[in-house]
Design a protein around this ligand. Sequence first.
Ligand code: PLP
Length: 410
Amino acid sequence: MKRFVYADNAATTPVSELVFEAMKPWLTEFYGNPSSLYRIGQQAKDAVNQARAQVGRALNVAEPINEANDRKPGEIVFTGCGSQADNLAIRGFVEGPSNRGRRHIVTSKIEHHAVLYTCEALEREGWKVTYLDVDRLGRVDPEQLRAVVSDDTAIVSIMAANNEIGTVQDLKAIAEIAHSCGAVFHTDAVQAVGHIPLDVQAMGIDLLSMSAHKFRGPKGVGALYCRKGIMLKPSVFGGGQERGWASGTENVAGMVGLGVAIEDAVTHMPEKMGYVKRLTDRLVEGVMKIPYTHFTGDPENRLPGVASFVFEAIEGEGLILRLDALGVCASTGSACSTGSLDPSHVLMAIGLPHEIAHGSLRLTLGEQNTEEDVDYLIESVTRVVDGLRAMSPVWVNGKPDLTAASNLHG
Ligand code: PLP
């Protein structure tokens, strides 16, 4: 029987009932502008700061709110999304007053475009950027990082967990190496926050980006953790909100939603993510029974809800459309770059041959998924892969035949 199964939680998640209820009054009843001096303005300001404190507790931040003036932002600054947090962290740091003339940036080849394109833009403006390779599981080698950093390195930006293949990086080791040459360490933790434990002090993280909609908060709000003492160049100029680094009237309800969502995710992480991981393991086991299928990413150190595969002799786009017809929401390559026909940069960076990288499928589960969903996913993916292969010119006698592909081109 046809079902609707949302298996694209790395693209976005539904706002939870808890978060929605917490946000509502800040849209309807207490709609004041936090910069206004009268009561509903100040109530809104307090709500924003309460959300800041919730974020601070979730990441073990030393000073989420400025202690010298407890109603000013400290180490947590709200932004409009994860991309803005990434841009503010990298450009804001290298062009800001805390960078004392260093001109080198280190990142990896599998970052989200919010990081990669920021680095590429800076490169065009004269900065030197090193893009580290990853191994076939998507891991950055800390020793490779050690070999490229120098006393000219301003910032090292390596994502906490990859959005396509779910690989989790060794953040503590990376931070230590960044610090050994006097650079700061930024991590794009958009996929990691609320999914795996993060402790900015224990891990040595100086800057960390997040986005509420990846952990059951609303879209259109993110945050940047910026360790005390680091000063950034603003990304938007205007009313001076968020330490003057992200001007604009605050999205109060969104910030409240982010605060409640992160608190809920982190407080209940062992139960919620334990459940999600069990579902994902069952899904991987089922899908891997399809012949000529490869699991992508690190089977050990990965996000609990991410299952990603490549199928030989399959075209990812056809897969997604046929799955959609069966009521399944999934993605291929990067959800953020749909419209592009090139295989994803992440799948290329882990060394997959071009033709195989085209057959990628990412299924990402959340706490709202069930075992029945997983069984339906396995059944649907198997059916669609079989159906597409039956029509494929490069699927001959029950296996992929690449000579058939070269005949086609010839
Ligand atoms: N970084 C990573 C790793 C992501 O997966 C995403 C979104 O998918 C972003 C950054 C951008 O976040 P946002 O959509 O909130 O701008």
